[in-house]
Design a protein around this ligand. Structure first.
Ligand SMILES: NC(=O)c1ccc[n+]([C@@H]2O[C@H](COP(=O)([O-])OP(=O)(O)OC[C@H]3O[C@@H](n4cnc5c(N)ncnc54)[C@H](O)[C@@H]3O)[C@@H](O)[C@H]2O)c1
Ligand SMILES: [Fe+2]
Length: 436
């Protein structure tokens, strides 16, 4: 399938265009050392550097600090980012940012760090009650009032693509559910994507973040097509994520090709520079794609899984509290979702399977769901991902709780290519309990 332009024909009520946002990005080995030059170019004299405690004393942060110092940019460090941030941890970071008196931001870390930095920048620039900018209907969903301060994002994981997105995700403690703040204003000004950072990543982090990247790409291609977006706010009101478009399709397909070829190698061998570099690149591409296209069911369902899991710990992540890595929660729902959504767009699902490396030569449209689900399961097994939600302790008796936990995610779930109600959600969770 070459491209899907016929899919994008307008129907009555369609928006007339789609908008793509992305930062100016530099990709390549050693580019963290360009942080200082970029800060000067942006006119920054004093920046707040955001990171997490684990990374704060390490080589990646040291490189960025040295580059800023060499460029005579004054730096104040905030290393209290929570892994998997919450409304409380974001407000703590925002208070730091407000008092730091800086003219720009640098983030060095994974999605948790970059998202925290985006939110801190927003609330320090335009102070407001916390729920003001949080997605409706959970929050008031108000638009960011204007430009935020420049942000140089330096990702150290290969998955979220947060360095390219206008999205900050967190857990709202009162609901025990993940939600976010979305605005094109939050897209980092500059992204320095340096694959050298990946050599220190534990295998589990490479696996979880790699599946996050894979799911961003799959959800971008299989999202509701942009001319079919419901309630199409237009012009500057157009939301960040608008459904699949030809540009996100192309980037996501390239990202899937990278995941299919390199994910298993990148997980297996920290010294496989080629594989880890390709995963870093795939994550960035998938980030640009899903920022515009939007995620749907796998992410929507994952938030209930992360909220309801008890007693789950994965090496490479902070210990002491239950934590399901975001990409792990996302991939556990993947095969179940693809089996359900494939009939809506068989050609797109088959295309995804093929990009990921499945042999689809003899596949018919009826085989699309199984082809994609089967290839994802192969990749899960090859990277030691748990066998479905049952492995995390879920059983039939928790399906209703999981479905209720997914309810706050209807904003994302509505971006699926088929209409989904509570019964379907329950069926999807049940089918995700075990795969092999
Ligand atoms: N904003 C977006 O567009 C977007 C997209 C996807 C996910 N997210 C969010 O991002 C968060 C997850 O981010 P993540 O998966 O990048 O992981 P993370 O930032 O939560 O970090 C996971 C662990 O890896 C460690 N780590 C990070 N880089 C390392 C390195 N180079 N070497 C060794 N250890 C390293 C961290 O210290 C931490 O212990 C979740 O909250 C998720 O919801 C945001
Ligand atoms: Fe994600």
């Amino acid at each position: 399938m070459a491209c899907c332009h016929a899919d994008f024909a307008a129907v009555e009520g369609s928006d007339r265009g789609f908008t793509l946002g992305m930062p100016t990005f530099t990709f390549g080995s050693g580019v963290l050392a360009e942080a200082g030059g970029n800060a000067v170019e942006l006119g920054l004299k004093r920046v707040a550097l955001f990171t997490d405690r684990h990374l704060a004393g390490g080589e990646h942060v040291a490189k960025v600090k040295a580059s800023l110092a060499a460029a005579k940019v004054d730096t104040i460090v905030f290393d209290e980012v929570a892994i998997e941030p919450t409304d409380l941890s974001l407000q703590h970071a925002a208070r730091f940012a407000r008092d730091a008196n800086v003219d720009g931001y640098v983030s060095v870390g994974g999605g948790s760090v970059m998202d925290t930095c985006k939110a801190a920048n927003l609330y320090a620039t335009y102070p407001a009650d916390f729920m003001t900018y949080v997605n409706a209907p959970i929050g008031a969903g108000q638009r960011a009032p204007g430009a935020v301060k420049p942000h140089i994002a330096c990702p150290t994981t290969s998955g979220t693509g947060s360095e390219t997105t206008g999205i900050a995700i967190f857990t709202l403690t009162s609901l025990n559910a993940k939600t976010g703040i979305l605005s094109r204003r939050l897209i980092p000004t500059v992204a320095l994507v340096d694959p050298d950072v990946t050599h220190s990543l534990p295998a589990n982090v490479v696996a979880a973040t790699g599946f996050d990247c894979m799911s961003h790409a799959l959800e971008s291609i299989t999202a509701r097509l942009w001319p079919r977006r419901l309630n199409p706010a237009q012009g500057v009101q157009r939301p960040v994520s608008q459904g699949a478009n030809a540009f996100s399709d192309a980037l996501a397909a390239q990202a899937l090709d990278g995941v299919g070829k390199y994910l298993v190698r990148a997980v297996a061998d920290a010294s496989d520079v080629e594989a880890r570099t390709e995963m870093m690149y795939a994550a960035m591409l998938a980030g640009i794609a899903f920022n515009a296209a939007g995620c749907h069911l796998p992410h929507g369902l994952s938030y209930a899984v992360s909220g309801l899991t008890k007693d789950w710990h994965v090496a490479g992540y902070p210990q002491g509290k239950t934590l399901v890595p975001h990409g792990m929660a996302v991939v556990l729902n993947n095969p179940s979702v693809w089996r359900h959504t494939a009939p809506a767009h068989p050609a797109r699902h088959l295309h995804c399977a093929q990009c990921l490396g499945a042999d689809t030569r003899d596949a018919t449209p009826d085989d699309a769901g199984e082809a994609l689900a089967g290839r994802v399961i192969e990749l899960m097994r090859a990277t030691d991902i748990p066998n479905g939600l049952a492995a995390l302790g879920f059983g039939d008796d928790q399906i209703d709780a999981l479905a209720a936990g997914a309810e706050p995610q209807y904003r994302v779930i509505k971006n699926a290519p088929v209409d989904i109600g509570a019964d379907e959600i329950r069926r999807l969770f049940r089918a995700a309990l075990r795969y092999w």
